[in-house]
Design a protein around this ligand. Structure first.
Ligand code: XMP
Length: 514
């Protein structure tokens, strides 16, 4: 693993993860920590540099989040962004005041000092940047100089090059800041003297060594679902320890058309994983008989999955570790708003299993963002259709058959879903959209086919764009494509005579209907 790292201290900005993504895109490893990390702990991590994120607070608020002033005396370069800059200014003896004119959105930044973080930019020239602040630095801390200004912020960037402390009032991490990449690279490579050490090849190689050392001679199990995360983690661990890894793949009967076979083909036949296939389709369907409530459905499916998984694992004899495909966004102890904490939907996963089964956990992907997981999958030679799959819920099609799940209704949905997948892929949109799928509704409506009256099922199409599944918008698909999908479903899927398009965003709706 890369030894060099940059730490991002989070003050709750919606852009904190974006800062991390940008830094990693520059091939420098970085970690996000809550702002309360002590200077001692920071020193212990020996970072090459520190970034203070933005945040919603004002430095002069009572109880405003702060770092220890000591942080600026560790000899480690610091870049403060927005709130981070204001905090730096106020802790080091400058003044921060509410702006007379708040700046939200685009602003013109004039470079006053084209060196250090602004190296390579033109002095006196204006560049388009993205601002989002209600406060501004009014007076520089002693020793600092103004490096850029904007119409509403006479001090839009400041720095004290001798101590490698810099502050930006604007957000270099968002795409609207055209010089953002250049500024971050200047900070990383010139000021922090980082090297390009973070790439997926070295990540995969280092992970393999780490997994080997951690596991020793013990047996490891993994629940394989065929989704991106479990597929990549299984391929990675298999590469490290070969047959000491056993994957358990449970077919719950709620998979897509042909999916179970495709997963077997890849993992068992091509990659030669020790894969135990459990055909539990009947058990799942039986356990859902008469169940209509969405939460009840999710709980029944999750509970049965755990029972089956445990039973299979017991057959293997002594097992030491469980592999999980946990990703970085789940690990970050961020102070950012992470969505409502009330349970909106129970998620079907293997949470709680390690304690019950007394297993140690390995989470080789816990440092990665989703796009990095995909690149690791490519590095490991997984096929494109696995690496770039759209998310699919653990309870699968069962939460897309609204109301009671029966074999017949599942079959209708499976056929319609296959058409949606095919047409979205043919239109070149599969990777563009976050998810595209069909939902079978529990009502029937009247139609006419030939001269006959029909009274059949309604299907809803759901196609959404999203960055992380937390919020989403419906995709404005071309009318021709909508027409084609609807026509094909009505003509080819017996039992459906109407297709509707879901035009709700999340919030207030959710992506899945149940
Ligand atoms: P919602 O419906 O809550 O979904 O807006 C957000 C994202 O999560 C996916 N999803 C799940 N993923 N297990 C999963 O691994 C689940 O039980 C589950 N339920 C929903 C959903 O497809 C969307 O991408």
């Amino acid at each position: 693993m890369s030894e060099e790292k940059v730490l991002i201290l989070d003050f709750g900005s919606q852009y904190t993860q974006l800062i991390a993504r940008r830094i990693r895109e520059s091939k420098v490893y970085c970690e996000i920590h809550p702002y309360i990390l002590s200077s001692e702990a920071i020193r212990g991590k020996s970072p090459q540099g520190i970034v203070l994120s933005g945040g919603p607070a004002s430095v002069y608020d009572k109880g405003a989040p702060k770092v220890e002033e000591q942080l600026f005396h560790l000899g480690i370069p610091v870049l403060g962004i927005c709130y981070g800059m204001q905090l730096m200014a106020s802790l080091l003896g400058g003044d921060v005041v509410p702006s007379k004119e708040r700046e939200y959105g685009e602003a013109q930044l004039e470079i006053v000092e084209s060196r250090h973080i602004f190296a390579g930019l033109e002095e006196g020239r204006s560049y388009r940047v993205w601002m989002s602040h209600g406060d501004r630095v009014e007076k520089l801390p002693p020793g600092f100089m103004t490096m850029a200004c904007s119409p509403n912020s006479p001090i839009a960037a400041m720095g004290e090059p001798a101590r490698a402390l810099f502050g930006l009032q604007f957000h270099p991490e968002v795409v609207h800041t055209e010089i953002g990449g250049q500024i971050l690279r200047n900070f990383l490579f010139h000021i922090c003297q980082c090297h390009e050490t973070w790439d997926m090849r070295s990540f995969v190689e280092a992970s393999i060594e780490r997994i080997k050392a951690q596991v020793g001679e013990e047996r490891v199990i993994c629940a394989l679902s065929g989704g991106v995360d479990s597929s990549v983690v299984a391929a990675l661990v298999h590469k490290a320890i070969g047959d000491k890894l056993t994957c358990i793949f449970v077919d719950n009967g709620f998979l897509r058309n042909g999916e179970a076979q495709e997963i077997l083909d890849i993992f068992r036949d091509s990659l030669h994983l020790d894969l135990r296939f459990v055909d539990a389709r009947k058990d799942f369907l039986n356990s859902l008989r008469g169940v209509e409530d969405p939460e009840q459905k999710r709980k029944v499916i999750g509970g049965l999955f755990i029972t089956i998984f445990e039973r299979e694992a017991e057959k293997l004899g002594k097992v030491g570790f469980l592999v999980q495909g946990t990703l970085y966004p789940d690990v970050i102890e961020s102070v950012s708003f992470k969505g409502p904490s009330a349970t909106i939907k129970s998620h079907h996963n293997v949470g709680g299993l390690p304690e019950r089964m007394r297993l140690k956990v390995i989470e080789p992907l816990r440092e990665l963002f989703k796009d990095e997981v995909r690149r690791a999958g490519e590095e490991l030679g997984l096929p494109d259709w696995i690496v770039h799959r759209q998310p699919f819920p653990g309870p699968g099609l069962a939460v897309r058959v609204i109301g009671e799940v029966t074999e017949g209704r599942l079959e209708i949905l499976r056929k319609a879903d296959a058409i949606v997948q095919e047409e979205i892929t043919k239109a070149g949109l599969y990777r563009e959209v976050w998810q595209a799928f069909a939902v079978l509704l529990p009502i029937r409506t009247v139609g006419v086919m030939g001269d006959e009256r029909t009274y059949e099922h309604v299907l809803a199409l759901r196609v959404v764009s999203s960055l992380d599944g937390m919020t989403a918008d419906w995709v404005r698909l071309p009318y021709e494509l909508l027409t084609k999908i609807a026509n094909r479903i009505i003509n080819e899927v017996k039992g459906v005579n109407r297709v509707v398009y879901d035009i709700s965003s999340k919030p207030p709706s959710t992506i899945e209907w149940e």
